[in-house]
Design a protein around this ligand. Structure first.
Ligand code: NAD
Length: 380
């Protein structure tokens, strides 16, 4: 547990039904005269969807804008290069990201190469950015990665198939928007994948070596909210209460990992995502029970606490038995929202394991895992 720490999050975070209407005024307050809207084609095409509602608010406030809709899932270097070109060609002065983690990371990556040099691969790592990004706001539409409030920018190098992370306080958006009304139409499979990402992001910081008392409280509350609402949000997407609770969980888990870091689930999920272009939440969910079963011996008392937060009855059990209930509950959650158990489902091939294991151990998220593993253990 860390006793001295810095705690980072955006300075303004709008949360709740209808908050998207505030974005036009906030853009004016930030003196944004021509933001680049960074999003994907699907969201741009949605009738009265998150992009349309963002544009309505900007129009009402008299703020002009330019749209880049070329974000791909697991955003690639080619996406941030293309977005940068549109920004420069149109004399933009700021960025607004609309979407899930892919849109936010693409927007952050675009900002990074606009002000910190064109080769983003050289900036992978922690606090490598010398210059501030252009002013950036993030409208979030999945619950979710929490990229709208984190210092992380995750980009895939399409040539090497490696996902890498630029971690810097400079990446944190100035303002985040989390309006659960924007999430009512997220399809069930995507709700499950993104919701499991939130669940994992609430568990890994709780057993991280960089945790603190604030992040502990956030993790426990986020896990309880996931337990109450994730299954319901997957089964009944239009249940606003379930969606709202998942947004709360997402923000809490996001604040927690932004400050306490993650672990091997994310370090390994980045390898699967980069290699096979698979959905990030699915990769995390498949790995979660296996990695945490491995981690259990490092801090069984923490896992026993997690079991309680997951609603398990641990009365009268030994710490070890209680801790094992947490692993069982993680597996049950993934099964209930129909996440496949085997990484074969995303096309993983044994011949790639060794290289992926090597790279996982170099991923920034590996350093805060509670148990230190070898390459052989990661392969296993
Ligand atoms: P995503 O952004 O790739 O979106 C997935 C799909 O959902 C897209 O096709 C999108 O069009 C659709 N979608 C998004 N919002 C929708 C809505 N409201 N209604 C209907 N469809 C909608 O998925 P994601 O899981 O949010 O982001 C994954 C990316 O984020 C990965 O690259 C991952 O590595 C990264 N990530 C970043 C951080 C960070 O802190 N920067 C943390 C975790 C993960």
């Amino acid at each position: 547990m860390k006793e001295n720490f810095d705690f980072l999050m955006p300075s303004v975070n709008f949360f709740g039904k209808g908050v998207i209407k505030k974005i036009g005024d906030r853009a004016k307050m930030l003196h944004m005269t021509k933001p680049l809207i960074v999003t994907d084609k699907f969201l741009r095409g949605m009738d009265n969807g998150p992009v349309a509602q963002t544009l309505d608010s900007l129009d009402a406030a008299g703020v002009s804008y330019v749209i880049f809709d070329g974000v791909e899932p697991n955003p690639k270097i080619r996406n941030i290069q293309a977005a940068k070109q549109v920004y420069l060609d149109n004399d933009c002065d700021s960025i607004i990201t609309v979407g899930g983690g892919s849109s936010h990371d693409c927007g952050k990556g675009t900002g990074i190469i606009l002000t910190n040099g064109d080769d983003i691969t050289k900036l992978a790592g922690i606090e490598t950015l010398e210059n501030p990004l252009p002013p950036l706001m993030a409208v979030n539409t999945t619950a979710g990665t929490a990229s709208e409030l984190t210092r992380h920018c995750v980009i895939t190098n399409e040539k090497t198939k490696l996902k890498f992370v630029v971690v810097s306080w400079r990446n944190i958006p100035l303002v985040s928007f989390n309006d659960p009304m924007l999430e009512l139409d997220v399809p069930a499979a995507m709700t499950a994948a993104t919701g499991m990402d939130t669940f994992v992001q609430s568990i890994e910081p709780y057993v991280s070596t960089n945790r603190n008392e604030i992040t502990d409280g956030q993790c426990i509350e986020a896990i309880k909210l996931c337990e109450e609402s994730l299954r319901e949000a997957v089964a009944n997407g239009h249940n606003l209460e379930a969606r709202t609770k998942m947004v709360e969980a997402e923000m809490l888990g996001g604040m927690a990992f932004n400050n306490a870091d993650l672990g091997y689930v994310h370090a390994m999920a980045h390898q699967l995502g980069g290699q096979y272009d698979a959905p990030h939440g699915v990769c995390c969910a498949m790995l979660l029970p296996i990695v945490e079963e491995y981690n259990l011996v490092a801090c069984p008392e923490r896992f026993a606490e997690l079991a309680k937060a997951m609603g398990e009855n641990t009365d009268g059990l030994s710490t070890r038995d209680a801790a094992e209930l947490a692993i069982k509950a993680m597996r049950q959650m993934a099964d209930d929202v129909h996440i496949p158990r085997s990484i074969k489902a995303i096309g993983a091939k044994p011949e790639d394991f060794e290289l992926m294991a090597e790279n996982a151990l170099k991923d920034g998220n590996a350093f805060s895992n509670p148990r230190k593993g070898t390459k052989e253990e990661i392969v296993q």
